[in-house]
Design a binder for this molecule. Structure first.
Ligand SMILES: C[S@@+](CC[C@H](N)C(=O)[O-])C[C@H]1O[C@@H](n2cnc3c(N)ncnc32)[C@H](O)[C@@H]1O
Length: 317
């Protein structure tokens, strides 16, 4: 089925459905109307020297981010949310978890933390001097106590739907919710393997249909859950560091309006192509809630290498 086609605007307009704005996040945010976006969701540069950033001191980085967050807060709707997805800043092999540094910045603005969500993934770089990092964090803040939260829209299948109350007036009746269970604050969603720099299990490749040349692309699935839970149809979603456009795709997939800002021309072109492919029905997206591939044990890469078995035998002789 083709999705409804919306023209892509280059600047915010209340009439638009899709906006890709090329420019600096702080400057562009300053020109946006206040109390407008139901969800502001982003993964900012982590100041770790990726190709799209210049590394600066942690203090300077946080000072810049504070100005950006102040503007994001201004443009967020009264019943809206900000979801800030971050990992670690690393300096001289020392790890600085960015959510710890960001929390007081949001709190000083009067925002309320509703969840600190752990996004767990299975693949990534193998550390040799500390445990390998296998999670990042989504800080979910709301602007007020009167906020949109559509839990039913994001329920996941219960493990034991047949469980019954065993005592009291409901004894014998199902104890769960027929729509499924709360997905909790621990999300296991496949991360794009280009970001991790590794494709360890060839079979998994077929589970990553979204791969682009952007080095740290959001899986659309991750943002879909936020869009469904924190916004209603026709609401505005904004990603001020939009990269490959995953947040906008997630927004328009669910009949919301989506805007992204990115200063990089190549990423903006890539985002435009992805959004257009989505709109003409050709973008491959990993379906929301699709189970994560589990190796059967028969794959070559899931078997113990012949050389290791030989070494073990030699040791036993
Ligand atoms: C961590 S990536 C975000 C990727 C995005 N979540 C996605 O799904 O592709 C950060 C993005 O911020 C952009 N960026 C860096 N500094 C910026 C600035 N001052 N203003 C706007 N965009 C910026 C980079 O070009 C990069 O695409």
């Amino acid at each position: 089925m083709l999705n409804e086609y919306h023209p892509i605007y280059e600047q915010f307009s209340h009439n638009a459905h899709v906006v890709i704005c090329q420019g600096d996040a702080l400057e562009e945010l300053q020109s946006l109307p206040e109390n407008t976006f139901k969800l502001v969701v982003s993964s900012p540069p982590y100041n770790i020297g990726k190709e799209y950033e210049t590394q600066i001191s942690l203090d300077d980085y946080l000072g810049w981010q504070k100005s950006v967050i102040r503007e994001m807060f201004r443009v967020t709707a009264q019943s809206g949310s900000i979801v800030w997805q971050v990992g670690n800043y690393v300096d001289a092999s020392e790890v600085f978890p960015l959510d710890i540094y960001f929390y007081p910045i949001f709190k000083e603005l009067g925002m309320r933390l509703r969840n600190r969500i752990i996004w767990h993934f299975d693949h990534g770089l193998h550390a040799s001097k500390r445990f390998s990092g296998r999670y990042e964090v989504l800080l979910w803040f709301t602007k007020s106590d009167n906020y949109t939260f559509n839990l039913d829209a994001v329920r996941v299948p219960s493990k034991y739907p047949g469980k019954l109350h065993y005592k009291g007036e409901n004894a014998g009746k199902p104890s769960g919710n027929p729509l499924g269970k709360n997905p909790s604050d621990y999300w296991r969603i496949i991360r794009n393997e280009l970001e991790t720099g590794r494709i360890e299990i060839p079979n998994v490749k077929s589970n990553h249909p979204e791969k682009t040349e952007h080095p740290c692309q959001f899986p659309v699935e991750l943002i879909e859950r936020c869009v469904l839970a924190f916004t209603n149809e026709d609401d505005w979603v904004l990603d001020p560091f939009g990269g490959s456009g995953s947040s906008v795709v997630a927004a328009i997939k669910h009949n919301r309006r989506g805007m992204m800002i990115d200063r990089d021309t190549i990423y903006n072109t890539l985002a435009k192509e992805r959004i257009n492919s989505f709109q003409n029905g050709t973008l491959k997206i990993r379906p929301l809630g699709k189970p994560i591939h589990q190796p059967s044990g028969r794959e070559k890469v899931a078997q113990i290498p012949k050389q290791w078995l030989e070494q073990t035998q030699e040791r036993l002789i």
